[in-house]
Design a protein. Structure first.
Length: 186
């Protein structure tokens, strides 16, 4: 029986942050190669999942089906502002019910954040694509996963959840920004 393939996507700074102290992704964490990789992945996904503060601002964004994780609805509701979006409260409806409400029961689901949403799927990802910007630091920023802390990197968090790095692709050589596909260890 076909099933949903769940993939995660984030770019993290050297200190494991996805946003600055104001909870905004700064320009310093945006790189052309990573943006192209991300856009291509989302173009190939059947459903995008993110929190109400996360989004991707790309030309194809309005064309993508999505689940927006929020506590503003009891379970599931159409998004009154975006016709292809479904508002989803995990306390009121299962992920499977949310996918069905969005009209997606097979294919690829791309989870794009934020930290709490990433954590919700930590034991369900087939692959997590961690882009890494080793020359960017965001002191006091928002960690990409709730478990990231001083002395605990995103890579250590993924390893602790049963993932192993499978392959790495250099996205922006001048800034040494790469993406690693973390797969469930066998």
């Amino acid at each position: 029986m076909p099933r949903l393939r769940i993939e995660g996507y984030v770019i993290a700074s050297a200190d494991g942050m996805l946003a600055d102290a104001g909870n905004v992704m700064p320009q310093a964490l945006k790189f052309p190669g990573d943006a192209e990789f991300f856009a291509s992945a989302l173009d190939g996904a059947d459903l995008i999942v993110h929190g109400r503060n996360s989004y991707e601002d790309q030309p194809n964004s309005p064309k993508r089906k999505r689940l927006v994780v929020t506590r503003k609805v009891a379970a599931l509701a159409p998004d009154p502002e975006k016709p292809l979006s479904t508002l989803w409260n995990p306390a009121g409806a299962s992920f499977e019910a949310a996918c069905e409400a969005a009209g997606v029961t097979t294919g690829t689901v791309a989870v794009i954040g934020g930290p709490v949403v990433f954590e919700m799927f930590m034991d369900r990802y087939d692959t997590f694509f961690l882009s890494f910007a080793p020359h960017v630091s965001l002191p006091g920023g928002t960690p990409c996963f709730p478990e990231v802390a001083p002395g605990r990197s995103p890579q250590q968090v993924l390893t602790a959840h049963g993932f192993a790095p499978a392959n790495q692709l250099m996205l922006d050589p001048a800034d040494e920004v790469s993406v690693t596909a973390w797969k469930r260890a066998a």
